[in-house]
Ligand binder design. Structure first.
Ligand code: ZN
Length: 233
């Protein structure tokens, strides 16, 4: 059977390309027509692809995995690949988080962390399965995400492709439970270790600081630009 992914995954990659390529200063904005030729994210091709994948998202229609791999390869050739992958991961996490009901999101914020954590774990499992073709498990105070077939592995040098999933885990857990500890890439397909796996330290998390920020930043599609962009390098 043909391997497929949820259309939100390629959509997140495309939104990130557009996001990163959109001019942020006045000087760039004045030359937007010229930039359109130079920056893929502002091109008609990318707009058309975004529309196509957004329609697939609303129809719940999965897309071929290989198409997303090709897209990731294209991003991997850019000098700012890490910035794009991290932006895409955060975008995917936010959109997936917004598929939870408002009641669940509020409960996660109000319940004591001992009660919130099991709910967050179940939601994270479902989200990982649906949007990342991945599996989540708990080991002590850590949450592990395993992705047997990564879309982004080896699409850029130095494991940069894997930052997409790292960014998704970090942002998803921040939205679900609050700011978490370190996220380590403990196994990698690119290093011949079978699957890619990340280990997130969520023994202690800072709810007060992160939840407000999470709620403020969790708005709809296209609203991902700004504060959350990870610095390049
Ligand atoms: Zn990896």
């Amino acid at each position: 059977m043909l391997a497929t992914v949820d259309p939100l995954l390629p959509l997140s990659l495309l939104q990130a390309v557009r996001d990163v390529d959109t001019p942020i200063d006045q000087f760039d904005a004045e030359y937007v027509d010229e930039l359109r030729n130079k920056r893929l994210g502002l091109s008609e091709t990318v707009y058309a692809q975004i529309r196509r994948h957004a329609e697939a998202v609303s129809r719940g229609q999965r897309t071929p995995l290989e198409e997303s791999v090709a897209l990731a390869r294209l991003i991997g050739r850019r000098p700012d690949a890490e910035d794009v992958f991290r932006t895409a991961g955060a975008y995917l996490a936010r959109e997936a988080y917004l598929t939870l009901s408002a009641v669940t999101r509020r409960l996660l914020r109000l319940l004591p962390s001992a009660l919130a954590r099991p709910i967050a774990y179940r939601r994270a499992s479902r989200i990982a399965e649906r949007y990342l073709n991945g599996r989540v498990r708990r080991v002590g105070g850590f949450l592990h995400l395993e992705v047997p077939r990564s879309i982004t592995v080896d699409t850029a040098p130095n494991g940069i492709g894997c930052t997409f999933y790292e960014s998704t885990v970090r942002e998803l857990l921040r939205l679900l439970v609050g700011a978490i500890g370190s996220v380590e890439h403990t196994r990698c397909t690119g290093r011949g270790e079978g699957a890619c796996e990340w280990r997130a330290d969520w023994r202690s998390f800072d709810r007060a600081a992160a939840i407000t920020r999470g709620a403020d930043n969790a708005h709809g599609p296209g609203g991902s630009r700004g504060a959350d962009r990870s610095p390049v390098n």
